[in-house]
Write a protein that binds this ligand. Structure first.
Ligand SMILES: C[S@@+](CC[C@H](N)C(=O)[O-])C[C@H]1O[C@@H](n2cnc3c(N)ncnc32)[C@H](O)[C@@H]1O
Length: 259
């Protein structure tokens, strides 16, 4: 077991948007991949902003604001919450520089600094595998949602494949591409376990689908090798991996639930 290093978001959180920051792996292709799915769900449910109304969206664990900015551009009034003050400062500055009006607050998912029943949509992307108390975060998110609200998520599955991928990218000397413990495999959540936990808080999962690299395996390996040699940035690696919706749910998966 490896203790997950959440302090990294304070150590390097002022460079979230830089091409050579490991955190930008979440953005290079993954933001587009996650947003394709989330936008599709909201469109299917008829819950995309229409221009007449500005529904409220809550980003739990907003980090540098990759997804908050996307939801803001879709027309949502976005509130981003994250315990890392450095990340919140960075997200705030990036949004302001881009002329985006996003409300950012420092706070943990276990104690969200938001009102009850205030949000039409809440989402939690690559966060549930980082939190101390998943049930508390889900209970708090449910509290923040309006009845009929939508919960969007993506996280890591607890499988042999994700165990090997975690060890290869962050532990094994010959293959690792990050020098901090981004993840602890024991904290990953299989889809059934997450669905059961969500259910306990009134959130009924409607669907879960795979999220992962769509690049050919040799393209992915070549990109990681070139990253180690310093020939590619983390953003370029993310682009080459082409993270998005997949059939395979053994690494990452994403989905949605109704409250
Ligand atoms: C991998 S990043 C994901 C950031 C963002 N959601 C994204 O996908 O671009 C994980 C984020 O979770 C935040 N985090 C860690 N513990 C948390 C908690 N208890 N509640 C809410 N967020 C937390 C970290 O500060 C970090 O910004």
């Amino acid at each position: 077991m490896v203790a997950v290093d959440n302090d990294v978001y304070d150590r390097v959180g002022d460079t979230w948007w830089d091409d050579d920051n490991p955190l930008v792996v979440l953005h290079g292709s993954m933001t587009a991949g996650r947003m394709d799915y989330f936008r599709g769900v909201l469109a299917r449910l008829g819950r995309l902003p229409t221009g007449q109304t500005t529904p409220a969206a809550l980003d739990v664990g907003s980090g540098g604001g990759f997804l908050a900015e996307e939801f803001c551009r879709l027309g949502f009034a976005v509130t981003g919450v994250d315990p890392s003050a450095v990340s919140i400062r960075t997200a705030r500055a990036h949004a302001a520089a881009g002329g985006l009006d996003i409300e950012y607050r420092v706070g943990a998912g276990e104690r969200l600094p938001v009102d009850d029943a205030a949000f039409d949509v809440a989402y939690c992307s690559d966060v549930l595998e980082h939190v101390d108390d998943v049930d508390r975060v889900l209970a708090e998110t449910a509290r923040a949602l309006k009845p009929g609200g939508i919960y969007l998520f993506d996280t890591l599955n607890r499988t042999l494949a994700s165990s090997l991928a975690t060890k290869a990218t962050q532990q094994w000397r010959l293959t690792r591409v990050i020098d901090f413990a981004a993840h602890d495999w024991a904290m990953f959540l299989p889809p059934d376990e997450l669905a059961a936990r969500l259910g306990r808080h009134g959130l009924t999962v409607q669907e879960s689908v795979g999220l992962g690299p769509r690049a050919k395996p040799w393209t992915a390996v070549a990109a990681l090798v070139r990253l180690r040699r310093g020939h590619l940035t983390y953003r370029q690696v993310s682009e080459r991996l082409d993270m998005g919706r997949t059939r395979y749910k053994g690494l990452f998966y994403m989905g949605h639930a109704l409250y």
